[in-house]
Ligand binder design. Structure first.
Ligand code: URP
Ligand code: ZN
Ligand code: ZN
Length: 482
């Protein structure tokens, strides 16, 4: 089998950067070092050679709020590749009561069009003995070690505390990691109703009905429930100081809790919802909503200090026409924004070029940390011998102004419209093949593979309600089972 050599670049990993060539064979990295030779040579002079980005939070072809997201696995994964992201992790969403196994089959079918590697989180939208049993198959047979729980979207995907605790306990038994969308769905529903009754029907009502306290309360609750269930926790789309603070305190107390801010939250703020152009404001409606600068500073501080681990996009795109389903009532605007193509250039520009993040921290936040959290490391998330050859050749001096006119995503607008990036991908390699090169999309629908992920070792069930409590004599450990 012929080899490919990436020559003359600086390899940037999360732990160290070094001048080195990278040799690829059969879709894998076989050597990293100086003076290597190969059959086909790609010149990376003046560039960084980094692990391909991993976006752990996307929604392709997702039925939601009476419609379906505009990007499917083909356009979504291609948008990712054009932005340096070589792997996405999406969500299987069974309707409440539906079999997890059936949902998995349906999502695998959708994924057949993927142009880059992908994996799934499984959503738990109801609790029952069937779900309890099926979770084992999902983990052991299907290779999904993460389960998502919505604490919002009342009457649709939302689960209550009883369901959360049962599912978290099951995750602990299976060595799986629970994820939460942290917002108090009961309070949101009441605030929405109050706002509508007062005549607030526009997109600004979306932001008023979901203040940071709604998110902070749910995050604190989920963290406590995870502690009682004896399981680590991953909080998706962390948007505010209240949630970050809850994570910080939990970490300080020794709990394993991970936080995932979105790139949108780092650079865009809640003034977007006051825009007089309804389409503009509605195009930014997502949950949780964008926040003010104080919260942005908190998220940046979390990435800098390591209390927040991963930058994602929650890529969930809806066209203008779809957004207009909520023209008379903000609660019916489909929630979601895009960002897959923009995540890495925007984070580099706003993070590395400003000195907030080092280039190694950038790699950690866009690839390595999530590869470790999801148990894919070192197959993914690192440039080293033995890893998949998912690589982005990054031009730190390359520029681009983001515009919907040139994007791959199938919507007519872009929340980052006009954002000037310095630092862009030049060539993107997916399992050893050039997938995208300076604007030329070479990957095709179907090139991506499903990535199965093994469970972690089941966590110690001696959970924290025994912390500080004298154990009864003669009892080694007390099991509390759901
Ligand atoms: O508004 C959002 N975030 N839409 C996608 C679904 C979700 O909550 O992640
Ligand atoms: Zn969510
Ligand atoms: Zn989401």
């Amino acid at each position: 089998m012929a080899t490919t050599l990436i020559r003359g670049g600086t390899v940037v990993n999360a732990d160290v950067s070094e001048r080195a060539d990278v040799l690829i064979k059969d879709g894998q990295i076989v050597a990293v070092g100086e003076g290597l030779s190969g059959d086909t040579v790609i010149d990376a002079g003046g560039c960084y050679v980094m692990p391909g980005g991993i976006d752990p939070h996307t929604h392709m072809d997702m039925p939601f709020m009476g419609t379906s997201t505009a990007d499917d696995y083909e356009s979504g994964t291609m948008a990712g590749l054009a932005g340096g992201t070589t792997m996405t992790v999406d969500f299987c969403l069974p309707a409440p009561g539906e079999s997890l196994l059936k949902a998995y089959q349906a999502w695998r079918h959708k994924g057949e069009k993927a142009a880059a590697d992908y994996s799934f989180h499984m959503a738990i939208t109801q609790w029952s003995p069937m779900i309890h049993d099926e979770m084992e198959t999902v983990v052991k047979t299907y290779g999904i070690n993460t389960f998502k729980h919505f604490m919002a979207y009342k009457g649709a995907l939302m689960v209550n505390d009883d369901e959360l605790y049962n599912s978290f306990k099951r995750c602990a038994q299976l060595g799986a990691l629970p994820l939460v969308h942290a917002e108090n769905g009961d309070v949101v529903a009441r605030m929405q109703a109050d706002l509508l009754a007062r005549g607030v029907t526009g997109p600004e009502g979306h932001s008023y009905s979901r203040p940071p306290e709604v998110e902070g309360e749910a995050a604190n609750r989920a963290i406590m429930i995870a502690d009682m269930a004896g399981v680590p926790l991953y909080i998706v789309h962390v948007s505010c100081e209240q949630t970050h603070d809850a994570i910080r305190r939990a970490k300080q107390a020794g709990q394993r809790v991970y936080g995932e801010p979105l790139v949108q939250y780092l650079v865009l703020d809640d003034s977007e919802y006051q825009n007089k152009d309804w389409d503009h404001a509605a195009g930014r409606v997502m949950s949780p909503p964008f926040r003010n600068k104080k919260h942005q500073d908190s998220l940046w501080a979390g990435l800098q200090s390591g209390t927040l681990s991963v930058v994602a996009t929650d890529h969930a795109t809806f066209t203008r026409a779809q957004k207009r389903m909520g023209a008379k009532n903000f609660t019916q605007i489909p929630n979601g924004t895009g960002g897959l193509e923009d995540r890495m250039p925007v984070l580099w520009t706003a993070g590395v070029n400003t000195g907030r993040l080092t280039k190694e921290e950038f790699v950690a936040a866009t690839s390595t940390n999530i590869a470790k959290i999801l148990n894919m490391y070192p197959r993914k998330g690192v440039v080293r011998a033995g890893a998949d050859a998912d690589i982005v050749i990054w031009d730190p001096k390359g520029t681009k102004t983001i515009t919907a006119k040139k994007q791959i995503s199938r919507i007519e607008y872009n929340v980052f419209e006009g954002f000037k990036c310095t630092g862009v991908p030049r060539t993107v390699i997916s399992r050893g093949k050039i997938a995208w090169d300076q604007g030329d999309m070479r990957a095709k629908a179907g090139d991506g593979d499903f990535v199965a992920r093994k469970p972690n070792a089941p966590v110690n069930q001696a959970f924290s309600i025994w912390k500080g409590i004298t154990q009864p004599k003669g009892v080694e450990r007390i099991e509390v089972t759901p």
